[in-house]
Design a binder for this molecule. Sequence first.
Ligand SMILES: [Zn+2]
Length: 677
Amino acid sequence: MNKIMSNPLLIRNKLPFFSKIKAEHITPAVGFIIQENKKIIKKLSLLKNPSWDNFVRPLEHCDERLSRVWSQVSHLNAVVSDDNLRKAYNANAIKISQYYSELSQNDKLQSNFLKIRSHLSFKLLNKTRKKIIEDELLNFKLGGVQLAAEKKTQFKKIKSELTKLSSRFQDNVLDSTNSFLFNILDKCQLKGLPSEIIKVARQTASQQKKDGWVFTLDFPSYIPFMQYADSRELREKFYYAYATKASELSTKKFDNTNVINKTLKLRQSQAIILGYANYAEMALETKMAKSSKEIISFLRRLARKAMPYAKKDMQELQKFAANFEISKIEAWDVAYLSEKLKQVKFDFSDNELKKYFPKHKVLSGLFNVIKQLYDLDIQRTKTDVWHRDVEFYEIRNKKHQLVGQFYLDLYARKNKRGGAWMDEAICKHNLEDLVTTPVAFLTCNFSSPTKNKQAYFTHDEVITLFHEFGHGLHHMLTEIEDYSVSGIKGVEWDAVELPSQFMENFCWNWKVIQDMTEHEITKKTLPKSFFNKLVESKNFQSGIQTLRQIEFALFDILLHSGFNPKQSNFLCLLEKVRDEVAIVRPPKWNRFPNSFSHIFAGGYAAGYYSYKWAELLSADAFDLFEEKNIFSKRIGQSFRKEILSRGGSRPALESFMAFRGRKPNIDALLRHSGLIN
Ligand SMILES: [Zn+2]
């Protein structure tokens, strides 16, 4: 066998050979596929009579081959990274992004798609394939391929300028965060802080060769400080540093004000060149929400519903504040007082609760839910993996046919990226002789078992697992065989969290919890009284939390639809939004937009509303189960058929309506969030 053929990344007929993949395999494998693909694409772009079979299908196959290899590489880089792997990953990531960028600029490919669409035979294609072709054409349009030469140059310049601005924004936030150290020398000032937090602050100080304790603006340091530090004066000081990050009020050279103004201006020009009225209109082309008007009215409606509850939350907090001699609650008091109030009201710790969720019970509880809803069996089996902690499972239907498979990598460890996510290992498609079985990566970062004790999960971790499993089901239960829209591919991203957030609901159900708990020592299930407290705590300060999310979302969508940075200041816009929806009014010097990375560096521009939007969808979908029976097989089958199995083969709204029998409705979201009487 020659070297290329023995490269484990290129062996395709089985599951990946993770234990055999080495850093040195990456560059040859990626290089080989890109080269092969380019040859094919060149031929395809010259086709005189393009059709689905001779053009779209081979093009999909090119994408599938590259994605399959790259998913293995990027997965390994995320979960068992080392220097060699990272180097190879980074070098090839650039090549791949260049490859896709060239593809999206290829006007010959675009004109072949246009030819197919205008050909008589287009009518004979099924809805799914028509949608794939429309999606492709929209992508070319958004990539500026059809623009006249001069506009095209301008458009490209704007795009590359925006990429630079976005990384500049992120760098400024990072540098500004890192440039601030909160060095405490007097032990009295640590009053109220948990000992673990103090220990970490001590360690940070010695790493920095400083005396005393050092706190930073990173989340794990900043948040507990604001929750627990008794000194109000220090909380204010620390809050000031946090709220003025990357602004003219902190280190000047990291100020993001100009970056924001330039970004807004360029985004607007980009939209205008493509023929849209504003950036939001352009961004919403690929979303489920149809217009900024629709989003704004959704957010305002939710705000009106949340306001009375937020006021009540605030009154309760204000009353409670008297115990701490705080007469007027300021922004730096909210987390502190809320944490204290929570302890008084619910009187249980996450740690206590954690003793009830051993790994084996949680998994069997989850698999039981799946069995009841969809009549599917999940069994552990063996395969080649990248780490001894990784487990592999098969999903089979009633007839014992293999439906999907997944890797489960539950525990945090060195060289593994933080967070939890689902990723595609193999997608369902019919591009080869047999239709492939989809395979998913499910990755979490829970605390690992010890020698004598299996792993126990917090309730939050259980929710995370159910959430990611929901994404996994969307990927694995797809019935769509056309690659570009199978599983989660081609799903509008304001709808992609529907199946995942849907699954979270089961973690608040008494039957599911009963089935899933077993105390570490007593071996008893969670007492009903404890469960009730847990449910009560779920919507603690839900009014305040909801309004906060609305403040961000409303600011984002208004900023990208009709706001003109030349005529107005983004801080004035934020003040106006706060006049409307803020219940905890931050001080005038708060510079939140200057570190709002989601919309200036993270792809959520004109998209922050998606969080609440998807929550509405998932709550409304779950509501149908609640009306009848949350384990209803009939509704389960319908959810699977109309939503999980459809992928991006049709608009998310159509799938939702096919399942629910009507348009989405806000009531279930309000009820789930405790915002309805
Ligand atoms: Zn998610």
